[in-house]
Write a protein that binds this ligand. Structure first.
Ligand code: GLN
Length: 487
């Protein structure tokens, strides 16, 4: 591993600004690391070395011109393959999008490009972001850099593993039910799921539109904040985009959490949680207390319903969103003289088993006679879950909890048991159902040397409070700087 790939976002930007490093050298170092390690880790579905180096050269030329420079000029970035980037493939981890090249770029990516980033490539994901391990990718499973027999988490597993393995300083992910936070926890990196509506969904291949968020993964909270500031803000191209000014989170050494009221919900420390996860999360809470936080118990009584509610609402929305993949407009098409047969054959061949399962579940939950019993009921309980959070946030500023009940599980460990896989999401789904922001970051390791993550959840649009809290913790600890052994 070269020294350049060891740089954090903040350090890379400092080096680029001072002229100590060039974007070409930094980008080249990332591409070399990808060439060396990705054949084993399999984080990337597509890498575009020539495009990336051309962007890096353009960034270096722009810097030589001088004047007012965009804030991320020359910084390499990886993008989850559910986000559209013009000039690159977008598969969403699915065969049904084979050959599809979107003619436009997602707003979050476009803002980062306008700020000067260099796109290295597109990262692996569970098909249409449905999964918690990347094992549902139609192409391959990404390996956890801490132990290649383990999953990296998912669905943004390619992004999380790439950041952990130092193949890129930062990566974009998406989070519908935990897909930024859980892989961040499994790979020992920091990942932000913003408030619903905070970052535009334009150009994101839709999964569950009332839950989908675009987030970011990097090594520490400081790095996450730098990218979040650029990505977030109102976008007229997304009708659900919040009319809020762009955030301006600045995290210096002086950040303090003195007086912060930190709530610990008993519902997140349940039987079945891996003892090392509980132990490390409780130790991190104690550390935050020693840094000035006031820790107190808080209750989120409807937590246990989040899992069944999510697994009605998300598939229902997915079944509608995925109707557009019909062999006519995008990607794969199996030709047939009869158009209905063409639809059937294309969809039958193009979708993997988990996606088919979700489409069937969702279609059933929305069908006449069952709509009120399932979808309607789930929406009511979703409201109760959201109210749990609003009343808790009258008493505390931030809620601390585990990200997932276990550390990274073995590849193939959940076999063909979809319910066992869904249970991995038990602590991340509530934030999506309530629309509140969540941040995952590393707080230690289990006895097998696998990272343990902690989750902070906050009031809507208070991402800054979460980032400040994690930053204060990261100033006092060094878990986020640990590097997996790599050959
Ligand atoms: N694991 C969850 C699911 O399978 C969440 C995925 C996500 O956030 N995209 O739906």
């Amino acid at each position: 591993m070269t020294e350049l790939t060891a740089l954090s976002v903040a350090a890379a930007l400092t080096g680029l600004a001072s002229g100590e490093i060039s974007s070409r050298d930094l980008t080249h170092a990332c591409l070399a690391a990808i060439l060396q390690h990705d054949p084993e880790l399999r984080c990337f579905l597509a890498v575009e070395p020539e495009q990336a180096l051309a962007q890096a050269d353009a960034a270096d030329a722009r810097r030589r011109e001088g004047g007012i420079l965009p804030p991320l000029l020359g910084l390499p970035l990886a993008v989850k393959d559910v986000l559209a980037v013009e000039g690159m493939p977008a598969t969403a981890g699915s065969r049904i999008l084979a050959g599809f090249r979107p003619p436009y770029t997602a707003t979050a990516v476009r803002r980062l490009q306008e700020a000067g980033v260099v796109i290295l490539g597109k990262t692996n994901t569970d098909e249409f972001a449905m999964g918690s391990s990347t094992e549902n990718s139609a192409f391959f499973t990404t390996r956890n850099p801490w132990n290649t027999g383990r999953v990296p988490g998912g669905s943004s597993g390619g992004s999380a593993a790439a950041v952990a393995a130092r193949l890129t300083p930062a990566a974009l992910g998406t989070d519908t039910g935990g897909s930024v936070r859980q892989p961040a926890a499994f790979c020992g990196v920091t990942g932000l799921k913003p408030t619903y509506g905070r970052v535009s969904r334009y150009g994101l291949i839709a999964y569950g539109s009332s839950l989908d968020t675009v987030g970011v993964l990097a090594r520490g909270a400081e790095d996450v904040a730098v990218l979040f500031n650029v990505m977030a803000g109102h976008d007229p191209l997304d009708a659900t985009s919040a009319r809020r000014p762009a955030p301006q989170v600045r995290l210096g050494v002086e950040v303090s959490i003195a007086g912060l009221r930190l709530g610990v919900p008993e519902e997140y420390f349940i039987a079945g949680i891996q003892p090392a996860v509980e132990e490390k999360v409780r130790a991190a809470i104690a550390q935050l207390e020693s840094l000035g936080a006031q820790v107190r118990p808080v209750s989120l009584p409807h937590t246990q319903y989040a899992l069944p509610v999510y697994y009605i609402i998300a598939p229902a929305e997915a079944s509608a969103n995925l109707a557009r993949f019909d062999g006519v407009r995008y990607g794969l098409r199996l030709p047939h003289a009869d158009v209905i047969e063409m639809f059937k054959e294309t969809r039958g061949a193009g979708f993997g088993p988990e996606v088919v399962r979700r489409i069937m579940l969702g279609t059933y939950a929305l069908s006449a006679g069952y709509y009120d019993a399932y979808y309607g009921q789930a929406q009511k309980v979703r409201t109760l879950i959201a109210r749990d959070f609003s009343s808790a946030f009258e008493q505390v500023d931030v809620i601390a909890a585990p990200v997932a009940p276990t550390t990274a599980f073995a590849i193939g460990g959940h076999g063909d048991d979809p319910l066992a896989m869904y249970l991995e999401d038990v602590f991340t789904l509530p934030a999506n159902l309530a629309g509140v922001p969540g941040l995952a970051f590393p707080v230690g390791f289990d006895a097998d040397g696998l990272p343990v993550g902690m989750q902070l959840m906050g009031r809507p649009f208070e991402e800054e409070t979460l980032l400040r809290t994690a930053h204060a913790y990261q100033q006092a600890t060094d878990w986020h700087t640990r590097v997996p052994r790599s050959e």
